[in-house]
Design a protein around this ligand. Structure first.
Ligand SMILES: *[C@@H]1O[C@H](CO)[C@@H](O)[C@H](O)[C@H]1NC(C)=O
Ligand SMILES: *[C@@H]1O[C@H](CO)[C@@H](O)[C@H](O)[C@H]1NC(C)=O
Ligand SMILES: *[C@@H]1O[C@H](CO)[C@@H](O)[C@H](O)[C@H]1NC(C)=O
Ligand SMILES: *[C@@H]1O[C@H](CO)[C@@H](O)[C@H](O)[C@H]1NC(C)=O
Ligand SMILES: *[C@@H]1O[C@H](CO)[C@@H](O)[C@H](O)[C@H]1NC(C)=O
Ligand SMILES: *[C@@H]1O[C@H](CO)[C@@H](O)[C@H](O)[C@H]1NC(C)=O
Ligand SMILES: *[C@@H]1O[C@H](CO)[C@@H](O)[C@H](O)[C@H]1NC(C)=O
Ligand SMILES: *[C@@H]1O[C@H](CO)[C@@H](O)[C@H](O)[C@H]1NC(C)=O
Ligand SMILES: *[C@@H]1O[C@H](CO)[C@@H](O)[C@H](O)[C@H]1NC(C)=O
Ligand SMILES: *[C@@H]1O[C@H](CO)[C@@H](O)[C@H](O)[C@H]1NC(C)=O
Length: 463
């Protein structure tokens, strides 16, 4: 297992919450992981010249190419042992696979070719193909994606899949170049680094998954990697050494009825790897998100303008931090929060979180000019405070009349709005809210000081 360079091992071991979720049918339970340890120790090497074209035509052991009629096959096993070779390549046709098996060995000699075109995948579906898969077992070694979709108009509909991989950059369901994958009843395990269960890639991939179980062990291996859209419901997922969701740029993730546990960086990590962009959107509904590490916030943001909705959702952290917004990003190493020396285009994060019918405990922490706007609506409750991680930072808190806030320390807000104009829905526990009387959002307070229940007050000021 890899440990992040900036975490002391003892602290990590002591502070982690224990695994809280049960992964029924996790493929790792029946596989010999020690036999794949060397494979899983191979680091994904993207430190090579980026290529956005195919060096040579795709090579596969078996190809279905441009068939004018539908192809339906069952009970077949597809294999590949050579490097840079797909086991099954489907191009421009309609195929149904039933009760099939794919076993793939062989390395990628260029991970950009693998990521952008599906070179060396187990199953590679390209160019306006429509593929329906009912019951499949895909095993890959040496670093190979399980099921890959490429190109606008390409759709894979897969149900009842068992996916296991060892080696780097071996995603489970993986869609690129506007390809689409819809999966249900998927069991996924990856042991390598940078192998997310359900992933999109450049410029966008669309992945929808339901009723599934996913487990990733490696650094940079999330349950979801959003480049495009991720839609998930009823997914139980454990990312041992990654957030459950990485999102790079203006992407959308909509996750419901799920239980997800993350072991490194943050519960989710939303960032832009180039310049700051707006439009990153994440919505959790009826979901439990667990962040086990002692410094991991539930929701982490850097160099991004993001909109988050939490509806009937639970956030569980060991750190006591619900949200971090930072002048930062993550790099391709995926194991630390980067600074200016890694990306001179960094900007502070600007995060808007709308909480609906949820009860949350923990703090909002913003760094170096970042902002967090936090709205409690529809019978939500929050126990916690705001704090500045570095330099100056800005917070806005708003409550509707059905929601409540229990303070755990003094807080300084740029903006405070409350539909209950007597502010009876704030329990101060002796602490105070200091608001910026020059902000127009606070005009309704007219510079007043209001006594809060519990002995503290709402008053103009700063801290
Ligand atoms: C598929 O068939 C087309 C037309 O015959 C050909 O140009 C293309 O190279 C084939 N693709 C593969 C992957 O064999
Ligand atoms: C396949 O890739 C592996 C790992 O890079 C390399 O050691 C091996 O020589 C390659 N095999 C061939 C036939 O090129
Ligand atoms: C898919 O289409 C693209 C663009 O026409 C082509 O470069 C690529 O080789 C095709 N894929 C296959 C498998 O033939
Ligand atoms: C899938 O195939 C692998 C490799 O052949 C095998 O070890 C595994 O038990 C199979 N899984 C299921 C659920 O049959
Ligand atoms: C996928 O296939 C299943 C059955 O094989 C079907 O019920 C479902 O509607 C399909 N979904 C999509 C999005 O095509
Ligand atoms: C959720 O998914 C699991 C499979 O992981 C399935 O057994 C269960 O029936 C699903 N629950 C619902 C409500 O569909
Ligand atoms: C979530 O689960 C509940 C109860 O099982 C169900 O009624 C609801 O439709 C599910 N929502 C989604 C989006 O899957
Ligand atoms: C915040 O960002 C700085 C770099 O700007 C980094 O050193 C620090 O570790 C980050 N902390 C968190 C909690 O994101
Ligand atoms: C804070 O932001 C400034 C740019 O405004 C940057 O130069 C500096 O490196 C940042 N410091 C940290 C610790 O993030
Ligand atoms: C506070 O309100 C002002 C005026 O509406 C707005 O410009 C500013 O962005 C808000 N601050 C935060 C942290 O949301």
């Amino acid at each position: 297992m890899y440990l992040p360079v900036n975490y002391p091992i003892a602290a990590l071991a002591l502070a982690k919450l224990s695994k809280a979720i049960t992964l029924t049918g996790d493929p790792s339970l029946t596989m010999d992981l020690t036999a794949d340890a060397a494979d899983n120790a191979i680091l994904a090497d993207y430190d090579i010249t980026v290529v956005d074209y195919l060096f040579t035509a795709l090579v596969a052991t078996t190809e279905y190419n441009g068939s004018s009629e539908d192809t339906s096959v069952s009970d077949l096993t597809f294999t590949a042992t050579l490097n840079d070779t797909d086991a099954l390549l489907i191009n421009e046709c309609t195929v149904t696979l039933t009760d099939c098996k794919v076993v793939k060995h062989g390395y990628s000699s260029n991970l950009f070719e693998a990521s952008f075109f599906g070179v060396n995948s187990a199953l590679n579906v390209q160019n306006s193909s429509t593929v329906t898969i009912n019951t499949i077992n895909v095993t890959t070694h040496n670093g190979a994606a399980n099921i890959y979709a490429w190109g606008e108009g390409t759709t894979i509909n897969v149900s009842d899949a068992w996916l296991y991989s060892s080696g780097p950059a071996a995603h489970g369901l993986y869609a690129a170049e506007y390809g689409t994958i819809v999966g249900t009843n998927i069991r996924h395990y990856s042991g390598g680094n940078r192998c997310s269960s359900f992933a999109g890639d450049s410029p966008a991939g669309y992945v929808t998954v339901s009723d599934s179980v996913a487990h990733t062990a490696g650094i940079g291996s999330g349950i979801f990697y959003a480049l495009g859209t991720i839609t998930a419901s009823n997914v139980t997922g454990w990312a041992e050494n990654a957030p459950v969701l990485f999102m790079d740029g203006e992407q959308t993730a909509t996750i419901s009825n799920s239980t997800l546990e993350a072991g490194l960086l943050g519960g989710i990590v939303v960032f832009s790897s180039s310049e700051i962009v707006s439009g990153a959107t994440v919505k959790f509904t009826d979901t439990t998100l667990i962040a086990t590490g002692d410094t991991m916030p539930a929701l982490w943001f850097g160099n991004i303008i993001a909109d988050i909705t939490l509806e009937t959702t639970t956030l569980t952290t060991a750190s006591g931090v619900l949200v971090s917004a930072n002048y930062s990003q993550v790099t391709q190493a995926f194991d630390y929060y980067a600074d200016y020396s890694d990306n001179s285009a960094l900007s502070p994060a600007q995060v808007t979180v709308t909480v609906i019918d949820s009860d949350l405990t923990g703090d909002l922490v913003a760094y170096n000019e970042s902002t967090i706007s936090w709205s409690l609506t529809e019978s939500s409750s929050w126990t916690g405070t705001t704090s500045i991680g570095y330099g100056s930072a800005y917070f806005a808190v708003s409550l509707d009349a059905t929601s409540s806030w229990t303070l755990t320390a003094d807080t300084c807000l740029e903006n405070f709005t409350d539909s209950d104009t007597t502010v009876s829905n704030v329990a101060s526990a002796g602490f105070s809210i200091y608001y910026d009387s020059t902000s127009t959002a606070n005009d309704w307070l007219d510079g007043a000081t209001i006594s809060l229940s519990g002995g503290g007050s709402l008053e103009p000021g700063s801290c």
